[in-house]
Design a protein around this ligand. Structure first.
Ligand code: HEC
Length: 139
């Protein structure tokens, strides 16, 4: 019986849409993985004090790719020129493997990313997206 119950729960989880609403509170915790390189700073207001290896992620949702004040790599700047805007699906795909995302977007097997970190779980990425939305200005 126990087995059947577990199977039912698993089926319910698998039936959920791929990009289910993320959990902003969980995302705030998971953002610890990003903090060594990324801050979330709105002018003088440091929402998350983080590292400077990567760009400030304040206001990222709905923002053009690679639009912060940061010395980005050449590949992501090529995406910036296309005017692509960050949405949840692009974000989840990007953080799973920034280099592969750039390769696919630019159709260039030599594309390079300055972000070496990969966030494997799409669920964690969805949570972080929800967190970023929650701390961003309303648009
Ligand atoms: C080891 C450092 C490092 C870690 C850890 C890291 N990043 Fe990055 N991230 C970078 C760098 C460097 C870039 C700039 C990439 C480029 O120029 O190619 C970047 C770029 C980005 C961008 C594009 C920003 C823009 O302005 O368009 C997003 C989104 C992003 N990171 C999200 C995350 C998230 C979410 C995490 C945590 C799960 C994370 N990163 C963890 C270093 C890191």
């Amino acid at each position: 019986m126990k087995f059947a119950a577990i199977a039912a729960v698993t089926t319910a989880l698998l039936a959920a849409p791929a990009f289910a609403e993320g959990d902003a509170e969980a995302g705030e915790k998971t953002f610890k993985k990003c903090k060594s390189c990324h801050m979330i700073v709105d002018g003088d207001n440091a929402i998350v004090k983080g590292g400077k290896t990567g760009p400030n992620l304040f206001g990222l949702p709905g923002q053009v790719v690679a639009a912060a004040d940061f010395k980005y790599g050449n590949s992501i700047m090529e995406v910036n020129e296309t005017g692509l805007v960050w949405d949840e699906a692009e974000f989840i795909e990007y953080v799973a493997n920034p280099k592969d995302w750039l390769k696919a977007k630019l159709d260039d097997p030599k594309a390079k990313s300055k972000m070496s970190f990969k966030l494997k779980k799409a669920e964690d990425a969805a949570d972080i997206w929800a967190y970023l939305v929650s701390v961003s200005p309303e648009s």
